[in-house]
Every structure is written in C-alpha cells, then in structure tokens.
Write a protein that binds this ligand. Structure first.
Ligand code: SF4
Length: 463
C-alpha cells in the first residue's frame, strides 16, 4: 500500500482523499457558471467548448475559412488541429522495460518511414499550425537521421521535444546537437527513487544512474528536462520519494503516467480505481506547492478531481479546469483545455500508422497512403473520440464527460469498446436516470471495428 501519512510529500490517507475527491460533486456541477467550456454539456455540440465542433453533420462553415497556419487559432480548436503529436520515429530500443507500450525491439523495423517520407510527414504536420512534435520511440537516438529531422521540423516552425532512452547514446555532445537542431526539451523515464526498483522495471542494471546523469547533463547545458513516471503496483508506495529527484534535476514538469494495459504493460500491474483517486488527490496537493508543473498523463479524470477540490476549497461550484495553460520558457506550453486521445493529441507509429495516442493501438490510416490532416479531422475514429455525446456507461452520463471523457485507450484495452467507461475512474455520476438506453451502434467495440489495428505502438506518448 502507498504511504498514507498525511504529511507534506505523502499521499493523503485514503479516506481523506476520497472525501475531498468527491466533495461538491453533484448534478449542480454540470451547470457551473464559468465552467469549462462545458462541464455538464450533454450534447456533442457543446463538446469542445468555445470551439465549433465537428459533429455528425460535418464541419461548420467558419472553420473552413480559417487560415491553416494560424497556430494560436488552431491550438484552440482540437477539431482542426492536435495540440501535441507524438511520433515514434523508430521502435528500436536497447531496453525491454516491463511496461513498455511499444513492445520495443532491439533492431530497426525495415518498414519505418524513410527520411523522405518522414520529411513529407513533417510538411503535412505543418498544416496543423505549430503543434508540439515529440520525437519518441523505441529510442529515437537509434535513428541516424534524427538530427536532420529535428532540424527540418524546427525550420518548419514546429516545437520539438525528444524522449531518448537512458543508454550511453545521449552524450553531452549529442544532447547539445539535439538542442542546436531545435529540441526544446527532453523527457526521460524515472520510475522509482531508487536504482534497484527502477532498474528492475527497465531490466537494465545501471539505467537509474544513467537517467540521472542525462538529466543533470541536460540541466548543465540549459536544456529543459521532464521526468516521466509510470504509476503501477510496483512503485505506488514510493511515489512520494520521487519528489526530491524531480526537484534535484530541475525538471520543469513531472509527467505522471497512469498505466494503460497495452504493449508489454498488463492490467495486473495497474493500481485500483480507488488508488488512482488517492494519487490524483495527492498530486493535486503537491501541485499547490508549485515546485514544478505536474501533469497527469493518460488520466483525464484528474481534471474532475481538480475541479472537485477547487470547488471544495472555494465553497462554491464556480471552479473549473481548463488545462494548466502554463507558459514555459522553452515554448512547450500546456494547452488551455484538456487533451485526450484523438482530441488534441495524435500519435504516428514507426511504420506510419495514425492513431489517437500511443496507448490506443487502433489506426485510422497510414501516412504512407493517407493524409494525416484529413484523418485527424474527418476519420470516423477521431471524430467519434471528440464527441462526448457518444460516450457510454458511466462516462456517457457523467457531468464531467466534456472536460474529462475518460481515457479512451484504457477503455479500449479493458472493455473492448473505446467509448465505454474508463475502468480506472471511481466516479459515479449523480443522475443515473439520464442514462441513454444501450446504444444500438456498437461500432466502437473491438469486434466490430473495421479500421486495421496498428502494430502495438512503442514507448512514449499519451495525452
Ligand atoms: S466517469 Fe468517465 S467522464 Fe466521468 S470522471 Fe470518470 S472517467 Fe471522467
């Protein structure tokens, strides 16, 4: 069990967190004045808040007349453009981490995009505006044209980050070269405050020390660093001890990933829904200290917890959560509203499959034959994922379904239906009488989905 001492740096006791986490949750929340674009909106038309929404009837006229290169405008409209794109440029990796979503391999796949295909992809991504582009893997350092691609993307105006594996490849010289090519930030995985636990995760002795070295080196050359930690049963108890390391290496962000059982990650390693809730509340407490930015990844229900906590603190329902909206010196800002699989987020696999996220291995197309812009905006899969009115189960009747919506990749992995309830959420919406009858349209179920499944994606990225 996780440390339940109710002290700074420790998760709150389960009971306390639970109480806080549900305080203020009522049907009234749905009508909160000043609520995010739309807490409580029950129809698809209200889904994306202020932004016009692509619904079943098609794209509204006004969006068709927008200038495609107005980055600020496009960032605000997730129907038109993802805020973040994670690109698995290779699946090759020297490691074999136990929870790798990629099931990464030691050698490069001959089906990877060629340099010319990769540059063509970057050209099309530019038509989204200026999204954040994450070069991920596998280990992106195992691709020889990495720096050429970073430079090409940077010159196109994209804001680039890199997620190297903690091998000997990211030397000081290579990190400097990546920075010179345009990388604004690196992100490294650190799953435990001790080498023993982390190295056991990674199955590579010395990987914890190497990770810390790379993080310190990045700090020494002025390169922003982010720490990614995957929460599972293995490290739940020792999460609080991570905080000092995040501070020590000067990380600008701690991205706390909540396990999605895909790739090599199994559902047995997941913490329970109640434990998720406790960690969310602990993270919220930690975020109030402001030592570094905290991002709950693959856990949009953290937004619900944050709203509930703010409402409890303010004693009113006039609290909202529009994403952090942080501005960073490295330019990799946080969006002003919540991102979810396929809604502000897009993943491209090493072979070019276009997916809603790295934890959602269902391809809506492939960049070798399909237009990524068209797929993101108009494919059935992506449009459905942006329409909260289609959600089922508890998520379908939830007063937070617009601001949260549940992690769709987890619903897909655990229920076989990407529109079903996210099993990692404890929340029971207050008004079950609004439940829509069981939908006849079961096309979101695994058995009925027609798009080809992509190869299991590799390490990296989720909203
Ligand atoms: S029930 Fe679904 S939409 Fe509601 S808070 Fe939980 S995961 Fe989010």
């Amino acid at each position: 069990m996780m440390n339940t001492a109710n002290s700074p740096g420790s998760p709150p006791a389960a009971g306390a967190a639970g109480a806080a986490g549900t305080a203020g949750a009522s049907s009234a929340a749905g009508g909160a004045a000043g609520a995010p674009s739309a807490v409580g909106a029950s129809s698809a038309s209200g889904a994306a808040g202020a932004s016009p929404t692509v619904g079943a009837a098609g794209r509204p006229d006004q969006t068709q007349h927008r200038q495609l290169h107005d980055g600020r405008m496009l960032e605000a409209d997730f129907d038109m453009s993802p805020f973040t794109i994670a690109w698995e440029i290779t699946r090759a990796c020297a490691y074999a981490c136990v929870h790798c979503r990629a099931d990464a391999q030691h050698v490069r796949d001959p089906g990877e995009l060629s340099t010319a295909e990769a540059k063509g992809l970057i050209d099309r991504i530019k038509d989204f505006g200026s999204p954040i582009l994450i070069f991920t893997g596998g280990d992106p350092m195992m691709r020889p044209d990495l720096f050429e691609l970073i430079e090409y993307a940077t010159k196109k105006g994209l804001r680039c980050s890199l997620t190297p594996t903690a091998t000997k490849l990211p030397t000081k010289e290579k990190l400097q070269k990546a920075m010179d090519a345009g990388i604004k930030r690196i992100a490294l995985s650190l799953d435990a405050p001790t080498a023993a636990v982390h190295d056991d995760f990674r199955k590579v002795p010395g990987s914890w020390d190497r990770t810390m070295d790379i993080l310190r080196t990045a700090l020494s050359i002025g390169l922003s660093a982010q720490i990614n930690t995957t929460v599972s049963k293995h490290n739940l108890d020792i999460l609080p001890d991570m905080v000092k390391f995040v501070k020590e290496v000067g990380a600008v962000q701690w991205s706390v990933f909540f396990l999605v059982p895909t790739g090599r990650a199994h559902a047995e390693a997941m913490i329970s829904a109640e434990e998720h809730e406790r960690v969310f509340n602990w993270l919220y407490d930690l975020s109030l200290k402001g030592d570094f930015d905290i991002k709950a990844t693959a856990a949009p229900m953290y937004r619900r917890v944050a709203i509930e906590r703010k409402r409890a603190e303010k004693g009113s329902i006039e609290a909202n959560f529009q994403g952090a909206g942080f501005q960073y010196a490295d330019g990799l800002n946080r969006p002003v509203k919540g991102v979810n699989d396929g809604r502000g987020f897009l993943f491209v696999s090493h072979t070019g499959d276009i997916m809603p996220s790295g934890f959602f291995p269902l391809a809506a197309g492939n960049v070798k034959k399909d237009d990524i812009v068209e797929i993101y905006r108009n494919s059935k899969l992506f449009r459905e994922l942006r329409d909260p009115g289609l959600l089922k189960g508890r998520c379908g009747v939830c007063d937070y379904k617009v601001v949260c919506g549940g992690q769709r990749g987890r619903a897909w992995a655990m229920t076989g239906d990407y529109l079903e309830t996210d099993p990692a959420c404890v929340y029971v919406p207050p008004r079950r009488d609004d439940v829509s009858p069981n939908r006849d349209d079961r096309s979101s179920r695994r058995d009925d989905v027609s798009p080809h499944r992509g190869d299991a994606p590799s390490a990296g990225s989720a909203p």
